[in-house]
Design a protein around this ligand. Structure first.
Ligand code: MN
Length: 316
């Protein structure tokens, strides 16, 4: 059970009106599912509320956004809430000025850096979706099946459909309670986690053909701009590539290296005891023990070389 103060802070949002809910930049299923679930709940309470985001929503995630790609303001807010936004920087370009005006931040990252007037945080939750469900339940705020489905989608996104190590028995209890709302999950999970466009599948084939394996334990997936252009792949669509690394038997550490404007964006995954946040930190990046990110100034070959060297030093 959460503290009275935390629950009262959450209830307070439902006493406001003209509420703007901000999702983090490069929005994922957790931030979008959670923001829209909260928005729907507020509307059910007769409130004017909307979700905004600095970046466009990728096609498959529009299943969570009422089909909308662009999420922008249509009214002047009296109350601003962020969901799943761990740092002010993650508000993105469009909302960077908004940081000091955020009234409530709802988050599940231990690494949360306080920018809001009031913060609601539970780092033990797998996802913002799981945390939000707990808040609704403990604050005794009724939700409908639409909100329940959005929360389920949020949890499934951040846990890789209950496969990642952030999945706890509480996560399954929350998922079970959400299923009681009679929500549809088969199509939802297919769209969110399994299916991809033919272009994307062909792009994945190119990425796999370009895969590099070192010492049987380190896997690098270099992704060039040319590979993306050839297959009509946009920047935000490459997030799913890290999932490929997980499929490689024997891999202890994997990384995708993607060419982007002036730098190479690196996403690291650990499938053993190696702390990839430590490796990312060597390149001024950060993240979690099992998933981290950083960027590299230079060409993709130099990035591969430098990264491989650091992985070899850190690998357990
Ligand atoms: Mn999240």
């Amino acid at each position: 059970m959460y503290t009275k103060e935390l629950i009262n802070n959450f209830k307070e949002i439902f006493t406001k009106d003209n509420i703007q809910i901000i999702a983090h930049r490069s929005p994922d299923g957790d931030t979008l599912g959670s923001c829209f679930a909260l928005c729907e709940a507020l509307r059910l309470y007769g409130k004017n509320a909307e979700v905004v985001c600095s970046d466009d929503v990728t096609p498959k995630l529009t299943i969570l956004t009422e089909g909308k790609t662009e999420l922008s303001s249509t009214f002047k807010p009296n109350c601003i809430v962020t969901v799943d936004v761990a740092t002010a920087d993650l508000l993105g370009k469009k909302y960077s000025e908004t940081a000091s005006k955020v009234d409530y931040a709802i988050d599940h990252h231990y690494t949360h850096k306080n920018y809001a007037k009031k913060v609601m945080l539970d780092g033990d939750c797998s996802s913002a979706g799981e945390f939000l469900f707990n808040l609704f339940e403990q604050a005794e705020i009724q939700i409908n099946s639409k909100s329940a489905q959005l929360l389920y989608a949020a949890i499934a996104s951040d846990t890789g459909c209950f496969k990642f190590s952030n999945t706890t028995h509480e996560t399954h209890i929350v998922a079970s309670k959400l299923l009681r709302y009679g929500i549809e999950t088969e199509d939802l999970l297919k769209v969110l986690l399994d299916e991809a466009s033919i272009d994307y599948i062909k792009f994945e084939c190119d990425v796999i053909n370009n895969m590099k394996v070192y010492d049987g334990k380190i896997v690098l997936l270099p992704v060039t701009k040319a590979m993306m252009e050839k297959n009509n792949i946009a920047e935000g669509e490459t997030d799913g590539l890290s999932y490929l690394l997980r499929r490689i038997q024997g891999a202890k550490v994997g990384a995708t290296l993607r060419e982007s404007d002036e730098k190479i964006r690196i996403s690291l995954r650990s499938f053993g005891d190696t702390n990839v946040a430590e490796i990312a930190a060597k390149f001024d990046g950060g993240g979690h023990v099992k998933a981290a990110g950083c960027s590299f100034k230079g060409d993709i070959e130099s990035a591969e070389k430098a990264l491989l060297e650091e992985i070899r030093k850190t690998l357990i």
